[in-house]
Design a protein around this ligand. Structure first.
Ligand code: CA
Ligand code: CA
Ligand code: CA
Ligand code: CA
Length: 539
């Protein structure tokens, strides 16, 4: 308020207050008009607390109007002395006490005035003297733009006319410190109000507040994955945020498909290398991303093993090949291949067998192959080298006599024998007739046997020959022969022929005897000639 205002107030009062006679009746308007200034520079002490006390009655008057309409405040102020209920009387001594505080000091001052009812207003001025300089708090921090988890150094920069004896820091996150120069770490981003309250050696207290902005830490994106099936991949979010949490995920699987799940699964159509991209957003809106290449191989997740035969095992005859498979998904079948032959389905899957007749291949080294199939892809091919050794039985033939040939007496049976494994391995050739006892022939690759047919009945018989190669007998060679030991003359049985001749001779002898008898009888008769002639007639 300016001096001009004060003048106006006086003008108004002068206009409103009628002329009165003598005290003790106070005028209709009766005020103390006061002002307060600071010591030294004389500037108005606006905002000081005005306390008005009647020293005679110890009563305090509250009807005070200060600058800007605020009560009980100094600068310019009015004290209404018309409140008779408070017992102000002519001649009472009134004390005006004003205390004030600005940024630098505490101020205080007082003055007294004696109520004079003969005037409508009285003027009192109070000069405030400095009673104590309050401290001036100040501080700064480094780094100037801190983030979550940064170590922030707070430095006290307060000043005082005396000395500062204590500090209290309130960091705005519920924590405090009583150090002069504390350090502090904020565990989350945000805006915090830092209060520094200092106290000087006169126990004056002052507080300074500043706002500090803690910057959000961006999240870190990361993920792992497991190939749970040949083409199906389970992705696991491994991201983190030091001062928050990830709240959004965005995946690109590298094959055109995407997901917003945190831990998605994805099935790929084809094997290959895929760049999988993950972008995350934290609860403060910051993003991070990462890309991993994943390799999907056809053959890496299904295996087949051959457990029998072991490598370089010598095999013969029919063997059961064995093995097993390992896969997360069901195996549909196991195939077996011998050398460059066709794939053949084995029996069983997890544990499989395959019956192999080794005689189907030549003696020597052979490679067995196995593969498993899950309906989608084949396993890598397992293989094992084996050695097959199967004896080949000898083979033989009878070259003489011919089939159904008739033989008699001592007949030489001839033939040959041979062995694929070497003719020298043939130990002997045996022969028998009609499943009788075996007899050993002379020789091997070329052999002879003297068959005495006289012990056989005439007729058809079966010759059987076999060869032995030291390991096994050959298959038998059969030959049907006809034995005929009868004597013949010109193709006829000798006995028959001779018998016939003997019969004829005997008949003729008998006939001669008869003739002779007849002739003798004729001669004995009367007519010797007659007898003879009759006998001739008979002949
Ligand atoms: Ca001080
Ligand atoms: Ca964050
Ligand atoms: Ca945060
Ligand atoms: Ca042999």
């Amino acid at each position: 308020m300016s001096v001009l205002n004060m003048v106006i107030i006086f003008v108004i009062f002068s206009a409103l207050v009628p002329a009165y006679g003598q005290p003790p009746d106070p005028p209709q308007f009766h005020y103390i008009v006061g002002s307060a200034t600071y010591e030294g520079n004389g500037s108005f002490a606006n905002g000081g607390l005005v306390t008005v006390t009647n020293m005679n009655t110890s009563e305090t008057l509250t009807d005070i109007v200060g600058v800007s309409g605020k009560s009980n405040q100094s600068g310019w102020y009015l004290v209404n002395l018309l409140d008779l209920s408070q017992g102000y009387r002519h001649g009472d001594i009134i004390q005006i006490l004003i205390t004030g505080t600005n940024n630098f000091s505490d101020w205080q001052g007082d003055n007294t005035i004696t109520i004079d009812n003969t005037t409508f207003s009285q003027i009192v001025h109070v000069t405030l003297n400095s009673c104590s300089y309050i401290p001036h708090p100040s501080f700064y921090w480094t780094p100037l733009s801190p983030s979550t988890n940064d170590t922030i150094h707070f430095t006290d920069f307060s000043s005082d006319d005396g000395s500062i004896i204590s500090w209290m820091w309130e960091f705005g996150d519920g924590t405090t410190s009583y150090l002069k120069n504390p350090v502090h770490i904020y565990t989350d981003n945000g805006d915090y109000q830092v209060n520094l309250t200092v106290m000087d050696n006169q126990e004056n207290i002052a507080t300074l507040s500043k706002s500090i902005h803690i910057t959000n830490l961006p999240p870190h994106a990361n993920f792992s994955y497991t190939i749970s099936n040949i083409m199906t991949v389970a992705f696991m979010d491994m991201s983190w945020d030091m001062d928050g949490t990830a709240v959004e995920w965005y995946w690109e699987f590298g094959d055109g498909h995407t997901s917003v799940q945190q831990n998605p699964g994805h099935r790929y159509e084809n094997p290959g290398i895929y760049s999988v991209y993950l972008c995350i957003r934290d609860d403060d809106g910051d993003q991070a991303h990462i890309t991993h290449d994943i390799v999907l191989s056809q053959e890496s997740h299904i295996t087949v093993t051959i457990t029998y035969p072991p490598a370089s095992e010598q095999l013969n005859g029919t063997k059961t090949l064995r093995g097993n498979t390992d896969s997360i998904v069901p195996i549909q079948r196991v195939d077996i291949k011998i050398d460059n032959g066709p794939w053949q389905e084995a029996t069983g899957t997890t544990n499989w067998t395959y019956l192999w007749n080794t005689k189907e291949v030549e003696n020597g080294n052979h490679i067995l192959y196995a593969r498993a199939y899950d309906g989608n892809i084949f396993s890598p091919i397992a293989s094992v080298m084996t050695e097959v050794y199967n004896n080949h039985p000898a083979t033989l033939s009878i070259t003489k006599p011919q089939e159904n040939q008739t033989i008699k007496g001592k007949t030489t049976i001839q033939g040959w024998a041979t062995d694929k494994d070497g003719n020298a391995t043939i130990q002997n050739v045996d022969l028998r007739v009609d499943a009788g006892n075996w007899a050993t022939a002379l020789g091997t690759t070329v052999w002879l046997y003297e068959l005495n047919t006289s012990a056989l009945t005439n007729g058809y018989h079966t010759l059987e020959a076999r060869a032995y190669d030291g390991i096994e007998y050959s298959e038998s060679y059969f030959l049907v022969i006809k034995v005929d030991n009868r004597d013949t003359v010109y193709g006829f049985d000798k006995a028959f022929v001779y018998g016939g001749i003997a019969s004829i001779l005997a008949f003729m002898v008998a006939l001669l005897v008869i003739v002779a008898v007849l002739i003798r009888d004729k001669t004995k008769d009367k007519s010797h000639h007659k007898t003879k002639s009759s006998q001739k007639k008979k002949i």
